[in-house]
Design a protein around this ligand. Structure first.
Ligand code: GTP
Ligand code: MG
Length: 353
């Protein structure tokens, strides 16, 4: 390269730099112009209105609805009942996790009625399905058992697999029972993790319940026994006993739970509820859990949690029809008010609409 070509190279570099610079400025201006359109902010009052409006039960069951309502719409959109109708309904029921047996029995009954010409239009078919599902659930008592004058506290035991929502549901139940005018003591029978006792203490503070805790790694039966004694001496109506999560297939831990139930009644109290907490998102596995826990502890009711985030609420049908255990409460969120009595009509409406 000779000296005379150097100025030429600088000139070319300068021109290239200028062109690049103009390009960058033009692009960033265009972006800057686009931003205000995307980030338009809603008036403060509108934001507050949205935040203040509590979600209805129906809204919180949006995921459960998603599993069935599409198929219902599609069946209703056809002029006749044909093979696709049955296929679509079966798929949707299985998606909602009612289980193969419940799905087949529901559809079997309807197929017979179509054959007998009792049902001839898609609208009649959907009505009949809804009615049959409804009649499987209504009429069951969902009251929590509380016996007066038993000479000691009622004891409600929370059992279930890890992370199902036992401690959270116990806290919510405490708040509801205290609101009903009962006095409540929590027994921290999950001695497996130190954090479990802390978590329960927080719920005791939140709900206004008393609490008895044991040492980490201690015997859960004796913590619950102590809780019952303490409640009895203080004339407390209800002991809510938490237990550690355990797999239904672990025989040692299930044996420990049998002992918890036995020892809980050695003093003055009486176990009037054993609530099996099932996470709705686990689907059909919940049925297996229900069988094993019932065998070990005579479950009296199910608390179905996390129904707010699950498309698989159909487990309700399998639990009630195959095992005969009532679903008493459902969890629809993580805060203290997010536990409600299971309402089958509302639930089925949410599935179909
Ligand atoms: N969205 C939603 N989350 C829930 C519900 N119930 C419980 N959770 C959440 O589920 C997680 C586990 O709840 P825990 O109450 O600790 O469950 P657990 O059965 O006591 O768990 P272990 O003691 O570890 O066996 C927590 O993050 C809860 O906030 C519910 O109804 N809806
Ligand atoms: Mg827990």
């Amino acid at each position: 390269m000779n000296n005379s070509s150097l100025p030429m190279i600088f000139l070319l570099l300068a021109v290239a730099g200028l062109v690049f610079g103009i390009g960058v400025v033009a692009i960033s201006r265009r972006k800057a112009r686009a931003v205000p359109q995307i980030q338009r902010v809603a008036p403060v009052e509108a934001v507050e209105a949205v935040a203040a409006a509590p979600l209805s039960v129906r809204d919180r069951l949006a995921k459960a609805r998603s599993s069935l309502s599409g198929a219902v719409g599609s069946v209703l959109g056809r002029s006749e009942i044909n093979d696709s109708t049955w296929l679509e309904l079966e798929e949707a029921l299985l998606r909602a996790d009612v289980g193969v047996r419940v799905a087949q029995s529901l559809l079997g009954v309807l197929q017979a009625r179509v054959k007998a010409k009792e049902i001839s239009t898609p609208a009649q078919l959907i009505d009949a399905l809804r009615g049959n599902m409804s009649s499987q659930l209504v009429g069951t008592s969902r009251d929590l058992n509380f016996e007066a004058n038993i000479g000691g506290p009622n004891i409600w035991l929370m059992v279930g697999v890890n992370g199902a929502g036992k401690t959270t549901s116990l806290g919510k139940i405490a708040a509801q029972q205290i609101a009903l005018g009962r006095t409540v003591l929590m027994a921290a029978g999950d001695t497996f993790r130190a954090a479990a006792g802390e978590q329960l203490s927080t719920w005791a503070e939140r709900s206004g319940a008393q609490i008895v805790r044991g040492a980490e790694g201690g015997d859960p039966s004796s913590v619950i026994f102590d809780g019952v004694q303490s409640a009895h001496s203080r004339n407390i109506d209800l002991v809510l006993a938490d237990t550690a999560g355990r797999l239904q297939s672990n025989t040692n831990l299930m044996e420990e739970l049998r002992k918890v139930r036995r020892v809980a009644e050695k003093g003055a109290g009486k176990v009037t509820e054993v609530l099996l907490v099932i996470d709705a998102t686990t689907g059909q596995n919940g049925l297996q859990q229900a069988r094993q826990f019932t065998e070990a502890t005579q479950v009296t009711g199910v608390v179905l949690t996390k129904l707010d985030g699950s498309a698989k609420g159909g487990i309700v049908f399998a639990i009630e029809t195959e095992l005969g255990i009532p679903v008493k409460l459902v969890g629809l969120g993580e805060t203290i008010d997010d536990l409600v009595v299971f309402n089958p009509t509302e639930f089925i409406d949410a599935l179909f609409e």
